[in-house]
Design a protein around this ligand. Structure first.
Ligand code: GDP
Ligand code: MN
Length: 385
């Protein structure tokens, strides 16, 4: 789960990372009031869940509350990389002398969290990693021991941080580690961590990604979810406990089990098709869940055919069939459907679906080939095949 900059920074602050004073506004008037309270220059920042807001015109400096109001009114409602800005953060502006990148993520190869630091902060780190990878310093953190003092000093020395800022840096680096670890994050990033003209350190930007599987024990963070910024499909999927990831292919896949869902996507690819999504309806899905899954798949305009691949174990074939029929009744889909149904109560399921206008298949390979044929229209009609 992504959370906003202002939310990430509040979490960082709880762990001792210094952040600018500020407040969140949903209207220009509110922005004016916050800027007045802060006094002096402020920075008006769009709160959308993408990077590169600065370049997109979503971060603006204001010298007066009137200017803050004007910027807020320009930025609110603005479109940044397909997302509409609904909130702005008004932060006390800082005088920046230097921008540092400081982040933690998981290194899957090393099976450990890794702290990444670069003296070339402010810009997108992916860009630095691509062009000048040697400018990123990586230090692995043993999760049982935590970030060690010598590691922080090593990092500070490597980026040639002035000696007088080392102590502050230690507090920030260890605070970021504790925030990452304590929030079950998969990313915690400060970009930039600035050295101010007054020669102190301050986190002016913040970004966190939280492991969805840990949200059950991160109640405070789970509540930060911003429904405004989720697509309708994502909301329906979450409410129905479905694992759904939209992709950009043409074959909508409805499968039970994550492994089988991935296999299905692989086989679709093998036969020259493209998957429109990953969707795992889970074990023991009932008609209601299946119907929700179906509606989600069909709401994607790229979907040219739906491939239903159910291996009945705990999940019962007849329940799946009922769900499909319910959904068809409701949605009245115009795209063809290919069904492969085997396992528990598959017979009953197939009998239920017999009257529905569907293409059936015995094996996964056959189902995938038929779906690809329909999607690419290389075969006149897949039904005849
Ligand atoms: P991002 O573009 O989405 O990563 O947003 P950031 O919060 O990182 O802001 C982009 C850039 O705006 C930063 O790298 C800074 O150069 C600049 N910026 C952010 N806050 C301040 C500030 O308080 N004062 C000044 N002068 N510049 C700032
Ligand atoms: Mn940034």
């Amino acid at each position: 789960m992504k959370i906003h900059e202002y939310q990430s920074k509040r979490i960082f602050e709880k762990y001792g990372v210094p952040i600018p004073s500020g407040g969140v506004a949903v209207s220009a008037k509110e922005a004016y009031n916050i800027a007045t309270d802060l006094g002096g220059k402020v920075i008006v920042k769009s709160q959308v869940l993408v990077g590169g807001r600065g370049k997109a015109g979503g971060v603006k400096l204001a010298n007066t509350p009137e200017e803050a109001e004007k910027h807020a009114s320009d930025i609110l409602g603005m479109d940044i990389k397909g997302l509409t800005v609904r909130k702005v953060l008004i932060d006390e502006a800082s005088n920046i002398a230097n921008e540092i990148y400081l982040g933690i993520t998981n290194d899957r190869e090393k099976k450990m969290p890794v702290m990444m630091v670069s003296a070339e902060g402010g810009v997108e780190i992916e860009e630095v990693a691509r062009v000048t990878p040697e400018k990123i310093i990586k230090v692995h953190i043993n999760p049982l021991l935590g970030l060690q003092g010598y590691q922080m000093r090593d990092i500070a020395a490597s980026i040639e941080l002035p000696r007088k800022n080392w102590k502050e840096f230690g507090v920030i680096a260890s605070g970021l580690w504790k925030a990452y670890n304590g929030s079950d994050a998969t990313l915690a990033e400060i970009n930039p961590l600035i050295i101010t003209a007054e020669e102190t350190l301050l986190a002016v930007d913040g970004k966190m990604l939280i492991d969805d599987s840990a949200l059950f024990r991160q109640k405070d963070i789970a509540e930060m979810r911003d429904l405004d910024l989720e697509t309708e499909s994502e909301i329906v999927a979450r409410e129905n406990d479905l694992a759904y990831i939209q992709l950009d292919g043409e074959i909508g896949c409805m499968v039970n089990g994550a492994g089988l869902a991935m296999t299905t996507m692989d086989i679709v690819t093998l036969f020259g098709g493209t998957a429109a999504n990953f969707l795992d309806i889970g074990g023991g899905a009932n008609a209601e869940k299946v119907s929700a899954a179906f509606r989600i798949i069909l709401s994607d305009p790229n979907v040219k055919v739906v491939l239903i691949n159910i291996f009945g174990g705990i999940t019962r074939g007849d329940e799946v069939a009922k769900g499909i029929l319910e959904a068809i009744e409701e949605v009245k889909p115009e795209v063809p459907m290919v069904v492969r149904l085997v396992g528990t109560n598959a017979e009953e399921g197939r009998a239920l679906l017999a009257d529905a206008d569907m293409i059936t298949a015995e094996t996964l390979a056959e189902a995938a080939q038929k779906a690809v044929a329909v999607a690419t229209k290389t075969v006149a009609t897949a039904k005849e095949a």
